[in-house]
Every structure is written in structure tokens, then in C-alpha cells.
Design a protein around this ligand. Structure first.
Ligand code: SF4
Length: 358
């Protein structure tokens, strides 16, 4: 059985390429005039081939078309599909169907991507440090206890960085000056330089098209991390396939009624568990579970049990840093800190399940 994050470490060692670089190298013949369904079918076929080669470690096989300079790539196909999705937005499971290309906002309120902050983060899980963390403004959830409510509830605040500018910043944070070719040499670890790009918010989901655009201009061999509530549609998950190396997920609720009351979302468990299964097929997964006060039986135990039964390869971070912020005071059950005994019970349960704990 593979060790958790073995491919991630292989990218850090320069022995493997980040998925997004591979998607840029695969030639896909398509025309922007082709109808949606044809392009989705083509995308599905290409992704299947992509994984076949990755799994068999034969990615350099001549049977996979390599890109010449004038040709379109698998990443270009993803961009075309993502742009079309924006014109009737079904990027997340709210499926607002608004035309964001024409300036209409859906539930998340996100139009142009706004970056609230971007910096080297030293507070993530140890394998991810230092992480070049890009915080988008806006979110598709309305968590009453949001720990980042200052940015998640203000989708228009923050700065716009052109995709080219952000790609250049990624190269700087990686410790290289961008060049026209991908860099895959072994990189010496330094606390001054990022070992990954960490797309977060709010939530990165409403900005999926922008993330792909940034990566079109990025050339350094750096793993891509999708740090999200995982409320994407299956089609959005397909677009991230072959792009994201590590899903850093947030799996909070063990049932739909807690999710509806505290985050304002429907069908949470079905959607988020489905997307975890898809994520584990595509890439490596670290699941974060924030333990909420008074939610051990209804949320913590069902989530951890589900992970043990369905995601045996994932790393799991059982988190104790809940604070009653934002509008938590409106809900008596969560309007306090977690007690040490609650966390011990949650952590002990995770240990009994033999999860790979961070
Ligand atoms: S990203 Fe989600 S919430 Fe935002 S407009 Fe699209 S479907 Fe609606």
C-alpha cells in the first residue's frame, strides 16, 4: 500500500511532475466551435488516458500525444469548458445558472476573482510548510461560525491580480525566476520558499476558471493544493482532475441537518462524500475535520467513520481550534470553545479507527 502523499513528496524531490504541467503537455485536438457535449466527451476520454499512463508509470510513452507549440493542450480544453460553465454557472452545487461572464452574480457573489491575501503560510499541516497560500474573497457557504468571515462574506474586496502576475509570483515564491520551460530539478528545501500552491478562501471553487488561467502561465514544478469545502459539481471535479495534486478538504458535518442549520447548504453529506471519493481517485487527500462543540455524536463520529470505511489512504487532521466567531452566538450549541474532554473523545475515536492522523 502506498504511503500517504508519496506522489506529493516525489514532486518535491523533482522525480515527478505536478499534474498541471502534464496537462499542459498533452495535445488535444479540439475547436472552440464544437458543442459542449462533444468537448466534455473528449475531456473524459483524455482524462481516462491521462490516468492510465500515470497509474502505469508510463507517462513518457509515445502513445500519448505531446504538445507542439501551435497545438492546444488538455489544460486549454479545461479552460474552454470552465469558461462555458461561467456563462451558466454550475461550478458548485448551488447551480445558480447565472451568466457570470455577463456580470451576473450568484449566491457566492463572486465575479472577478479578488485576492484577500497571499503569503507563505507556516501554520498548515507539517508536510505542506511553507505553503504559498492564496486566499480568495467570497464563499459559496454561509457558515455561521466562519473563522475567516472577514474575507468570505466580502467577495468584492481584495485585489485583482492578472493571471500572468500571479503566475510570476508563484515562480518567485518557489524560488525561481519563471522561464519558458518547466523546471523539474531537485529543489533544496528552504523556509524562504514555498513547497506548494494552496488555493483557498473563503473557498476557491467560484474561481476555478481563474485558477486554470493562472496555471496556463505557470511553469514551475510545484504541487497544487485545493483547500476547499468540496461543494463542487461533478463537472468541476472533472476539470480539477489532472490539475490538483493534493486535495486539502474540509469535512465538518456528519448529517445534512447540521449542515443546513450552520452552513446554509442542502444535501451536504451526499455531495461532499461523493466529491471525496472522486478526489481520492484523482489525487492524494488530506481531510480536515474541525471538531465542533456538542457535535461529537452527530458530526465527528459519522465523518471519521465514513473516512475509515471509504478513504483509507487519506491523511486526516482532527482539529481542535474551533472558536465561536462571526454569528456563532446565535446558536447555543456552538457558542463556546471545545472542551479538552470533547477533543480527547474525538481524537481517541479517530485513533480507534486506525486513521492516518496528521
Ligand atoms: S460558484 Fe456556485 S454559488 Fe457561485 S454563482 Fe456559481 S453555482 Fe452559484
Amino acid at each position: 500500500m502506498k504511503q500517504p502523499l508519496s506522489r506529493y513528496y516525489s514532486i518535491l524531490d523533482g522525480k515527478s511532475k505536478a499534474y498541471y504541467l502534464l496537462s499542459k503537455e498533452i495535445q488535444v485536438d479540439f475547436s472552440p466551435s464544437q458543442p459542449d457535449e462533444e468537448l466534455w466527451k473528449l475531456h473524459t476520454d483524455q482524462i481516462a488516458e491521462f490516468h492510465l499512463h500515470i497509474d502505469n508509470e508510463k507517462f513518457k510513452s509515445k502513445s500519448m500525444k505531446r504538445l507542439d507549440k501551435t497545438a492546444r493542450s488538455l489544460l486549454d480544453l479545461k479552460l474552454e469548458l470552465a469558461k462555458r460553465m461561467l456563462s451558466r454557472c454550475e461550478i458548485c452545487e448551488w447551480r445558480c445558472c447565472v451568466n457570470r461572464n455577463e456580470g451576473f452574480k450568484g449566491r457566492c457573489g463572486v465575479l472577478d476573482p479578488r485576492i484577500a491575501s497571499e503569503f507563505l503560510h507556516y501554520g498548515e499541516e507539517p508536510p505542506l510548510i511553507p505553503s504559498y497560500t492564496i486566499f480568495f474573497s467570497g464563499c459559496n457557504f454561509k457558515c455561521v461560525f466562519c473563522q475567516n468571515y472577514d474575507i468570505s462574506t466580502h467577495p468584492d474586496e481584495g485585489i485583482y491580480l492578472s493571471p500572468q502576475r500571479l503566475a510570476a509570483k508563484i515562480a518567485e515564491r518557489f524560488g525561481r525566476i519563471a522561464s519558458s520551460t518547466a523546471i523539474s530539478a531537485t529543489k533544496v528545501w528552504s523556509p524562504m520558499f514555498a513547497v506548494n500552491v494552496n488555493w483557498v478562501g473563503g473557498d476557491p471553487t467560484p474561481n476555478l476558471y481563474y485558477v486554470l488561467e493562472v496555471l496556463r502561465h505557470t511553469v514551475v514544478n510545484i504541487p497544487q493544493i485545493w483547500n476547499s469545502n468540496m461543494f463542487l459539481t461533478e463537472r468541476s471535479m472533472e476539470l480539477l482532475d489532472g490539475i490538483i495534486d493534493v486535495y486539502l478538504t474540509d469535512f465538518k458535518y456528519g448529517n445534512n441537518s447540521c449542515a443546513r442549520r450552520l452552513s446554509g447548504v442542502q444535501n451536504y453529506f451526499e455531495i461532499v462524500s461523493r466529491n471525496h471519493l472522486l478526489a481520492a481517485k484523482q489525487a492524494e487527500v488530506i481531510v480536515r475535520h474541525l471538531v465542533l462543540p456538542n457535535h461529537i455524536e452527530c458530526c465527528t463520529k459519522p465523518v471519521l467513520k465514513w473516512i475509515a470505511e471509504n478513504l483509507s489512504s487519506a491523511l486526516v487532521n482532527v482539529m481542535d481550534q474551533y472558536r465561536p466567531m462571526h454569528r456563532a452566538y446565535e446558536h447555543r450549541d456552538i457558542n463556546r470553545l471545545l472542551t479538552p474532554s470533547e477533543f480527547e473523545e474525538a481524537y481517541g475515536f479517530a485513533r480507534e479507527l486506525n486513521l492516518h492522523l496528521v
